[in-house]
Design a protein around this ligand. Sequence first.
Ligand code: TXA
Ligand code: MG
Length: 342
Amino acid sequence: METKLIKVDNGNMLTAAREAAELLNGGSVVAIPTETVYGLAASIYSEEALREVYAVKGRPQDNPVIVHISDESMLDGIVTEIPEDARILAEHFWPGPLTMIFRKTDRVSDTITCGLDSVAVRFPSHPVAHAVMEAAGVPLAAPSANLSGKPSPTTAEHCVHDLWGKVPLILDGGQCDVGVESTVVSVLGDHPVILRPGIISLEEIRKYLPSAEVSEAVTRKVSDDEKVASPGLKYKHYSPDCKVILVKGSLDSFSRYVAGQRKEGDWAMCFSGEEDHIPLSCLTYGTEGDAESQAHSIFAVLRELDQLGAKRVFVRAPEEDGRSMAVSNRLMRAAGFEEVLL
Ligand code: TXA
Ligand code: MG
């Protein structure tokens, strides 16, 4: 298949959105930017395109995808009710990097939800995602636009790398602002539960809904046959080809540790300004203690390590609470939940 790449700016946004909408309404998939990561979009009403999303990504058939809307009124045909908790979170965090799990209507295909009776919905804030949905006039089902298991794409180049020749169109909206996927919150129970940490933290959600909690499945390895609230938690994620070794300790102890371990093909992932202290080639991912800057570059750096042919990467562990939970969680998964404690 021939893939077209369109760089989108304010001048051509409408024409690019129309071109994408035509493909989407014709049953094709299109890669589009959002403020979190790029998504591989399909009309929720095209079974053919929905199946293509799973096929192109190599995504397991039991991992449901998120439905994206460009207006809260689009919830109408999709969810059976809007719980009070959801109204409150929508008021504060939509449009933005928050996904909520609702009870679904019959109009939502089992291909989207993998047979669950719930559906994940997000209202993204990215102008290109918004323009595409407005032009298409339908909600879009979209998982992250990476091949399954690989780090999510935060630039159009990442989409080109994973999807060239497999999709008809990639819209280039530049680098994603947030850099990690949305916070996923279930609003189905008597209190909200975070199923996937994102840049909207537990603390921010608790400001409005004090009973919110993080699912215990977020912070541990889930076995293949276990039934969990969010099927995505089961799968190994975000893994570059190189082995990721997450190391927790001070900069000094990290440097001593890698000095004792180093072999050919080893790299370090550290915070900016630390490179000179570490006896390995380093890539930096943001600033120590600054979750936003870390989230912004983490996936690009994991991808770059593969480009560089790294065999192993020793990673300076970020903090685990607040907004950093999003970053720490992605690295724990990339490392297969193994951590070196110094
Ligand atoms: O920021 C994002 O959320 C990006 C952009 C493109 O919007 N999308 C994204 O989609 O990260 P994906 O498919 O890579 O991750 C969707 C997550 C998975 O962990 C999946 O298991 C969970 O949402 N999910 C989807 N439907 C669900 C449901 N009905 N109940 C529980 N979890 C669900
Ligand atoms: Mg994904």
